[in-house]
Design a binder for this molecule. Structure first.
Ligand SMILES: NC(=O)c1ccc[n+]([C@@H]2O[C@H](COP(=O)([O-])OP(=O)(O)OC[C@H]3O[C@@H](n4cnc5c(N)ncnc54)[C@H](OP(=O)(O)O)[C@@H]3O)[C@@H](O)[C@H]2O)c1
Length: 325
């Protein structure tokens, strides 16, 4: 089989597709023929060895995928060859086949394409956990999403709308803001403009956003927090800008506001019941069509570098998807 193999941490131009043995199917495992895999911001850091945890070399990048069950270990129940599935893994999804523990897989509803399945779990679970379990977002509240056209941001826009919030999408270009509106945002703001806090004030009638969903970090986070409503909740999701902001503690005091951390990687281990409930909710929405995961740019496997470059050049709309033949 073919796989993207990182032999040395490198820029994406230094990384290639290689031939590898088909993965074995150990006890408890299922082998999947991958139909589509997603590339997120974190994957771009991991291949360069710049992420907070480093995958031991050599490794195959990619943590989210959807495809068809190819082979199943004798001791695994519930999966059969030919079934459509989606899954999450620590690494290995940018390959034609992957073997994973059966617990890493979920059934993909028949009507959901592989591209949407691969875009689904991480960003939407992060969004629902943050907005529902951490911020306790209520219908009628105003939600400000920073980086709203990115993979994580656009998922929060959709979930915010499903929860009944009024959603203001902040993004850097007219194209990105239009994209957020197509996926449900009620209003937009260009947060690269010097006076964007005035626009936000006007849009919220002076109240400010009740909840801020922040995968961007940097100066924009500090400005956003200064605009937050009384008893507002600011969700710390990521630092796509490359800068971890330092907030002066007098601001939460003056605003009666809260900073709330969100870490997808720890939800299942630390809050298993919440995790199970949120996953059930998400798959319910997926199966009913109430939630349609946004598929960003789709590139063929051979052109995998294009997906990374689009994201790394800040030009991605939604999550980047790599499609397998
Ligand atoms: N906490 C968690 O559990 C969790 C889970 C998943 C991801 N994350 C984090 O969330 C962040 C976003 O991930 P993503 O996959 O959504 O990335 P993405 O698709 O690339 O979106 C990031 C957005 O950030 C904005 N941005 C501002 N400054 C930027 C810069 N210098 N370079 C790139 N983008 C910049 C861009 O929007 P504008 O151009 O409109 O400014 C972009 O759309 C990452 O830091 C990731 O590690 C956290």
């Amino acid at each position: 089989m073919r796989a993207v193999v990182v032999e040395h941490y490198d820029s994406i131009d230094g990384i290639s597709i290689r031939e590898k043995d088909l993965p074995e199917v150990a006890a408890g495992e299922v082998r999947v023929r991958i139909g589509a895999a997603a590339v997120g911001f974190v994957d771009g850091l991991k291949v360069q060895g710049l992420y907070q945890t480093k995958d031991p070399l050599p490794f195959v990048p990619g943590t989210e995928f959807a495809g068809t069950v190819d082979s199943v270990a004798d001791d695994v129940a519930g999966f059969k060859p030919g079934m459509p599935v989606l899954g999450m893994t620590r690494s290995g999804a940018l390959a034609e086949y992957i073997s994973v523990p059966s617990a890493a897989l979920k059934h993909l509803p028949a009507q959901v394409p592989f591209e949407a399945g691969a875009s689904f779990q991480a960003n939407y679970l992060t969004g629902l956990y943050a907005l529902e379990a951490r911020a306790l977002l209520r219908a009628g509240e105003t939600l400000l999403v920073l980086g709203a056209a990115g993979g994580v941001g656009i998922a929060a826009v959709q979930i915010g709308k499903l929860m009944g919030a009024r959603v203001i999408a902040a993004a850097s270009t007219p194209e990105k803001r239009a994209f957020a509106v197509r996926h449900g945002a009620d209003e937009t703001v260009d947060y690269t403009e010097a006076n964007w806090r005035d626009t936000l004030k006007t849009l919220t009638g002076g109240h400010g956003p009740d909840v801020i969903y922040d995968p961007v970090g940097g100066e924009v986070s500090l400005q956003a927090f200064r605009s937050i409503a009384w008893l507002g909740r600011h969700l710390v999701v990521g630092f796509a800008s490359g800068t971890i902001p330092a907030l002066a503690f007098n601001l939460p005091l003056l605003k009666g506001g809260a900073l709330l951390g969100v870490d997808l990687a720890q939800i299942q281990k630390r809050e298993p019941e919440t995790h199970a409930r949120l996953i059930a909710q998400l798959f319910d929405w997926l199966a009913s069509g109430k939630l349609q995961p946004v598929v960003g740019k789709v590139v063929p496997f051979e052109n995998f570098r294009e997906a990374f470059k689009t994201m790394q050049s800040r030009s991605a709309l939604g999550k980047m998807i790599i499609k397998f033949p």
